[in-house]
Ligand binder design. Structure first.
Ligand SMILES: NC(=O)c1ccc[n+]([C@@H]2O[C@H](COP(=O)([O-])OP(=O)(O)OC[C@H]3O[C@@H](n4cnc5c(N)ncnc54)[C@H](OP(=O)(O)O)[C@@H]3O)[C@@H](O)[C@H]2O)c1
Length: 182
């Protein structure tokens, strides 16, 4: 159960069959679908503007490093027990940590952060298992990829959700925002 005031939000895209990446981490299928008309970003810019810290797993960090850094000056915490070094050009905004999710939230709360963006399948699963996620915005991409890294996984008990908003676009994206009823 969450004891800190920091709000934890997930904003993530999945294939219709529930994967966030292919088994080898490839996400090119996300960019091969027809974009929304008019450059609409499915609310990502607004969401990103509403958070003050980003926490991601090592798997997501390693994939993001293959591209131009997309998060500007946003403070980013990478959860990893195996990584030790952040690339030099990112050291002013990225740090590696390995506390439990609860301890991490307490620490970030004490540092003054209020709204956290949580990213990475395994990391999201571990925070969900501990009842530490407040809301999730899930964008379903109209494609089946058959196998891959799942967004959701094993849980010890059912997690109930309240649908807050649901919208869709002509290109087939369907976005649902849920409050997690921890
Ligand atoms: N579709 C999308 O919108 C979307 C969004 C995000 C990511 N992705 C893709 O998803 C893939 C990565 O996802 P993923 O599920 O494999 O990995 P992930 O959650 O990004 O990273 C998992 C790793 O984080 C570390 N970790 C530290 N603390 C943890 C904790 N409490 N719980 C879980 N992991 C913890 C572990 O690394 P150590 O072994 O170093 O400790 C673990 O192996 C990438 O290919 C990425 O591009 C897609």
């Amino acid at each position: 159960m969450k004891e800190t005031k920091i709000n934890v939000s997930v904003y993530i895209a999945t294939s219709l069959d529930g994967f966030i990446a292919r088994p080898d981490g490839d996400v090119s299928w996300l960019h091969e679908v027809e974009p929304i008309e008019g450059g609409d970003d499915a609310g990502f810019g607004e969401f990103f503007g509403s958070v003050d810290v980003l926490v991601m797993g090592r798997g997501t960090f390693e994939k993001v490093l293959e591209f131009d850094w997309p998060y500007g000056a946003m403070p980013v915490i990478v959860l990893s027990r195996s990584l030790t070094e952040v690339p030099k050009k990112l050291r002013d905004r990225v740090r590696i940590e390995a506390p439990t999710p609860q301890v991490l939230l307490e620490k970030l709360s004490q540092e003054g952060f209020k709204r956290l963006y949580l990213d990475g399948g395994k990391v999201i699963q571990s925070f969900l298992r501990e009842g530490l996620v407040d809301d999730m915005t899930l964008t379903t991409i109209p494609v089946l990829i058959g196998e891959g890294l799942p967004l959701f996984g094993r849980i010890d008990k059912d997690i109930k959700l309240r649908l807050l908003e649901c919208r869709s676009w002509n290109n087939g994206f369907v976005q649902s925002k849920y409050q997690v009823l921890n």
